[in-house]
Structures are given as C-alpha cells and as structure tokens.
Design a protein around this ligand. Structure first.
Ligand code: 5CA
Length: 437
C-alpha cells in the first residue's frame, strides 16, 4: 500500500480524552475513531490488526475442534425470558422494540441463542460432543465505557459453546479450550495467566479468566511468581491426549483475581506472591445445565433415556486484544507490533521522494516485496525524513526499510528492527532476502 493513496489519519497531538497508553496510541496511529461513547469505527490500519487477531483466534479454535458459525447480533427477548436472564441482566442489556412492538435486544452474549439452535437439531448422544463458536459483535451498555476499545459498549468477541453428555465430557471440553487459549495468546506475543475467577452473570461452578499483566489493567490480581518465568507451552500436549496432567499443572500454580483471592488462606508465601494489575482477555466457564435445563436441551442417551446437556462457554475479547497487545508492547515512540498481528510487516521509507535514484529503488523494492507476498506500507509522501521516521515508529510496523541518497551512493539501504532498534546497512538484495525469508 502506498501511503499517498491510503487512509491513515495519524495525529501529532495526544488526544486528552485518552487516559491509557493503548488508547492514546490507537487514536494517534489512526486506528480507530469513536463515533458514540464506547462505540468505535475501525479505520483501515486498526481493522487490519483486528482481522489478524481474529484469524489467529479462529485458527486455534479450529485446531481445538471447535466449529465456526455465525449468529445474529439482534436477539429475541423471549429466549432470555425462558432462561430467566432477561430481567436479571439489568441495564447493561440494550433493549430494542421492532415495528411490531416485539421485544428484541442487541446480544451481550449468546448462551440462549446457541442452546436453542443446538437443541433444535441434536437429538441423540451419538452427535456429541460438539463445540460451536462465532466471532461476532456484542453490545453491553457499560455504565462507564472507558480506555477506548478496552472497555467498549460495542466490542468483538469470540464466543464458543460446548455441549456434552456428562460432566466428564464437559471437563474435557473445558480443558481443550484452556489449552487453546494459552496457544492463542502466545501466538500474539502475550503471556496470559489463567486465574481462578468469579463467573458473574454467565454463572457456573468452574471459571478461569485469562489475564495479561499490565499496569493499566482494570483489576487487581495475585499470582505465584513462578508464573512469570513459566514456559507455558514447553510440553504442551496434543488435543487427542489426556489433558488432565497439563490442566492440573497449570491450575495448581496459584493465580487468582481479586474477588477470589484471600490473603489469609493464600497458599503462596508473601515473598513468592506477585500482586499486579491485569487485563482480562479471555474468560471460560463451565455451567452444567444452567441454560440447557430451562431451555429444554436434551438428547436421548444410549438406553433411550432423556439426558440434559452439559455446557460451557468460552469468550475471547477480540477487539480488546488490540489494545491489550499495545499495552504489553510499546515504547515512548509508539506501538511495537508482534509480527503475527502487525498491520503490515514492512514500512518502506523513501527519504527523498522525487529523487530519481531513490524513487526507482523504492519502486523496485516495493514491487519485489508485493510479488513475494510481503505486506508492505510504502511511505511515498513528500515529507521530511523526521516526519516519516516518527510516523513509522508510531504505527509500529516490525521492519523499517529506509532508502536515502547517501546510502544508495555506497550501495546500501538501512533495515531497522522496530522492537530492538537494531539497524543494519545492507545491500538491496540482502535486505530483500531477509524480509522475504
Ligand atoms: N458468554 C461468555 C463467554 S462466551 C462471556 O460473555 N464471557 S465474558 O463476559 O467474560 O466476555 C468474554 C470476553 O469479552 C472477556 O474476557 C473480555 O475480554 C471481553 N469483553 C467483555 N466485556 C467487554 C467490553 N465491554 N469491551 C471489550 N471487551 C469486553
């Protein structure tokens, strides 16, 4: 993409409504624009990152055996009356009436809808287990939307729902998602710690929040310092294996959210306990028959008996992750994208637009990168080098390839690694080889 034809409205000034670094950087890097309180338009650069994150989430859900579908954003109030949650959900639910005065709502989550779909088709234990997920916009009328997309009112969530015949099966489904979450967040360069958590309005008896430690996190969390060094996926099992040992290991190292932590009964000695703030990027729940029972989701068992389905649900805050990754990976100059979610891999900087040699080399490199399938953003603007460097650091692409008249005279271009700051002077061919490897 050529910057002169792109839509990248970067800001020099720090917007004063933004209180945390990820929100400031997302606004400055032209990634999102607030259109109403807690509701954001995703501008082109931000949307690319959102889609990359969504794709990693999708691949790991698929690998764990979950099946993707798509449910609507607008739901009928009737189903929520059947589960008993319509009144309980309170003001966080955005309630809507259609032209026939029918009560509808913008879904804050989808346990009722998926249970209703599943029970309409699945009648026998032979069709179990199943795990169905979708990646869809949710709406929660948060009393205090803040920190940009970190706590929005409209946000993108991956929500998966497992259906099993008994507790044993449901536990395996839960463990699969537990492992899938650790893999998902690791691919984004994040260390997410699973912490014992309250299950809140979703309900249930077993629940873990996946938390990224960050000073700006909304909740206080406590964990054994062992978590900070643990090679989480070092000996990760495959999904076909017995996941009990892996699950037991990772749930035995202490980690709890504030609501679950009790200083008096905490098994970890004070000098081994890390107390920090955290961002919740995922939350998994086992809740048994909480929804299947009132909604009548039953199957025929091996002897023809009627069995109420065991369920769990598994959420990931896809849009929140964009901000969480920035909280975990930035410096004073801007964002530092891990390569797996970067909007473009390479930023190509022409230091002297209009100079015949610089233009020619840049055009050649740009074409070669595109041909090799490398995502590249070419700064072909007629701007001062300082402006170009500052913008490129701000938007945080992993590699910056700079072409200037002085370097060209000695046959070199400069390749900078955004994360380490390391700069290499290389021949054009060597730089290309490194970026296309
Ligand atoms: N039905 C369950 C799991 S499918 C559920 O709704 N879980 S949840 O309430 O914990 O939400 C799942 C994830 O969505 C959270 O872990 C969080 O990362 C994200 N999330 C929740 N509320 C918001 C919000 N207001 N803004 C951005 N992300 C949010």
């Amino acid at each position: 993409m050529r910057l002169t034809r792109y839509f990248l409205p970067t800001l020099k000034e720090t917007p004063n409504e933004a209180q945390i670094v990820s929100h400031r950087l997302m606004l400055r890097a032209g990634m999102v624009r607030q259109t109403s309180a807690g509701i954001y338009a995703w501008l082109p650069l931000g949307y690319r990152v959102l889609r990359k994150i969504e794709q990693i989430v999708r691949e790991e859900q698929d690998a764990a055996g979950a099946i993707e579908l798509l449910m609507p954003t607008i739901q009928s109030a009737d189903l929520w009356r059947q589960s008993g949650r319509y009144e309980d959900y309170g003001k966080e639910m955005l309630r809507i009436k259609d032209r026939h005065e029918r009560e509808m709502l913008f879904g804050p989550t989808a346990e009722e809808v998926i249970t209703d779909i599943f029970k309409s088709y699945v009648k026998s234990y032979r069709e179990l287990p199943r795990n169905l997920y979708n990646i869809q916009w949710k709406f929660r009328d948060e009393i205090r939307p803040r920190f940009g997309v970190m706590r929005g009112r409209e946000f993108l969530m991956k929500d998966a729902y497992s259906f099993d015949l008994d507790y044993k099966g449901a536990r395996i489904a839960y463990q699969k998602m537990f492992l899938a979450y650790l893999k998902t967040f690791a691919r984004m360069g994040l260390r997410a710690i699973p912490m014992k958590a309250e299950s809140g309005p979703i309900g249930g008896d077993m629940s873990h929040e996946f938390i990224i430690l960050a000073e700006t996190g909304e909740s206080a969390v406590f964990c054994d310092k062992a978590w900070l060094e643990l090679d989480v996926l070092g000996n990760a099992p495959s999904y076909q294996e017995d996941l009990d040992p892996f699950f037991a290991k990772h749930t035995s190292i202490y980690a709890a959210t504030e609501e679950k932590h009790d200083a008096a009964s905490c098994p970890v000695p004070a000098d081994q306990l890390a107390s920090a703030r955290g961002i919740e990027v995922g939350h998994i729940f086992h809740f048994g028959t909480k929804y299947s029972k009132p909604l009548g989701a039953v199957v025929a068992g091996p002897n023809g008996e009627s069995i109420t389905l065991e369920m769990g649900s598994y959420g990931i805050g896809v849009s929140r992750l964009v901000a969480a990754i920035i909280e975990a990976s930035h410096d004073d100059n801007g964002i530092i994208w891990p390569e797996s979610v970067a909007p473009y891999k390479v930023g190509l900087i022409n230091l002297k637009q209009g100079d015949a040699a610089c233009d020619r080399v840049c055009e050649d490199i740009y074409d070669d990168l595109l041909t090799a399938g490398v995502e590249v953003l070419y700064d072909d603007r007629n701007e001062r080098p300082g402006v170009k460097f500052a913008d490129m650091d701000l938007i945080g692409l992993p590699w910056h390839l700079t072409i200037g008249p002085r370097g060209l005279k000695s046959g070199v271009v400069e390749l900078k690694n955004r994360a380490t700051g390391e700069k290499l002077e290389l021949s054009q061919d060597a730089a290309l080889a490194k970026l296309t490897a």
